[in-house]
Design a protein around this ligand. Structure first.
Ligand code: GMT
Length: 376
């Protein structure tokens, strides 16, 4: 198949999933055309069957806001027509599905039928939670898509609750490649760069948006560290970073907290950790938690959105109500203060992650692609 994938090319989970999906499909011989505004961070070096089409938004002084969606739709028209694509797969309703709909209509006038599939990752829902004016556009895009997928049952339910959808929504969970990193702290030399022998390493990865509750991460860590000497690795960056730094200063934990910033290969650092914290306000899935589990790191998380579909309470980690930092810290201490318990959880976390391995999920997308292409 020749497939156009439209995504946000950043460190965010949707970009990671869309890029890894494209890479996996390309390895199976499909021709994959990424269409977006900069090279996806997970794309890496040149590979067979992968093509990248950059959307360049011209800076015309008349416009206060540059029309990205229009440029994107034009690029989709061009790529579909000249690369003879069979299908567009867009990640996010806004603005990708709305641009795909426009491209579809333009191509129809040229006698070209191109179906598009929309994958919902959660932020469309959050957006409407904040600004209801997006609702008609998102509902329309969902209904005009030739097929719609959501990354968790919870996101599917939320979508049905918030939007007037007529389309069936198929749940296709996010996935992980089998990790190149062996289960946690075997690499003692590397570990010693971050923690002394006997200390535990606690880790968090996010884009530091408010929804991630990174301040809770710091508060949980402070409680853990009072009982079990530990270090905190904060990977990523974003709007809440300054507040997080202020809190570390206030709590006197700065010398135990390392702000790593944005890095391409977070899994390599995660694999050195003993525990991953994800206390988010909401998560449609929680890909970062799954990536931690895949390298044998148990997860202490909130029990919101799609997280319980990924992290199993008492098995791959523990789940608590949003904001219950005391319970999260207690559960963390329960896991990391005993070597045998920790090893058991590490093993179970990795086992749980295997349910989401690429070989189980990729066929679901391929079947859907075939079905949608055959239907037009
Ligand atoms: O969580 C973010 O801020 C990034 C966002 C994105 O668009 O990449 O993540 C969403 O999609 C991921 C991939 O499906 C999910 O793993 C995240 O849970 C979801 N984030 C939220 O729902 C807040």
């Amino acid at each position: 198949m020749k497939i156009g994938i439209v995504l946000y090319p950043t460190f965010g989970g949707s970009g990671v999933v869309a890029t890894e999906l494209g890479k996996a499909l390309a390895e199976k011989g499909h021709k994959i055309h990424f269409i977006t505004y900069s090279q996806p961070v997970r794309l890496g070096s040149f590979r067979d069957n992968i093509f990248y089409h950059e959307v360049v938004v011209s800076n015309y002084p008349l416009f206060e806001y540059q029309p990205y969606e229009t440029e994107l739709a034009s690029k989709m028209v061009d790529v579909v027509e000249y690369e003879k694509l069979d299908l567009l797969h867009v990640h996010y309703a806004i603005p990708h599905a709305s641009a795909a709909f426009m491209a579809q209509q333009i191509l129809k006038t040229k006698g070209i039928e191109i179906p598009f599939i929309t994958t919902l990752h959660g932020t469309d829902i959050t957006l409407v939670g904040r600004d209801k004016s997006f609702e008609p556009v998102i509902s329309f895009c969902i209904n005009q898509s030739n097929a719609v997928t959501a990354v968790s049952e919870s996101l599917k339910e939320d979508t049905l609750k918030h939007f007037k959808t007529e389309r069936e929504i198929q749940v296709i969970p996010n996935f992980i490649h089998s990790s190149p990193y062996n289960s946690s702290n075997t690499d003692l030399e590397r570990r010693r760069k971050y923690a002394k022998d006997g200390e535990r390493i606690i880790c968090h990865v996010s884009n530091f948006r408010k929804v991630k509750r990174v301040e809770d991460v710091v508060r949980i860590f402070e409680k853990i560290n009072q009982n079990v000497k530990s270090r905190l690795l904060l990977i990523g960056d974003g709007p809440e970073r300054y507040n997080v730094e202020l809190l570390c200063r206030e709590l006197g934990t700065c010398d135990r907290v390392m702000m790593v910033g944005k890095i391409r290969d977070a899994s390599s650092l995660m694999s050195l950790s003993d525990l991953f914290l994800l206390p988010s306000q909401t998560e449609s899935f929680g890909l970062a938690a799954l990536e931690a589990m895949a390298v044998g790191v148990p997860v202490i998380s909130s029990n919101t959105g799609g997280i319980p579909e990924v992290n199993v309470n008492g098995y791959s980690g523990y789940l608590s109500d949003v904001g219950n930092v005391d319970e999260m810290a207690e559960n963390a201490i329960k896991i990391i203060s005993d070597e045998n318990i920790l090893n058991k959880f590490k093993h179970q976390a990795q086992l749980q992650s295997e349910k989401f391995c690429l070989k189980n999920i990729l066929p679901l997308y391929e079947d859907l692609y075939e079905k949608v292409i055959a239907s037009v």
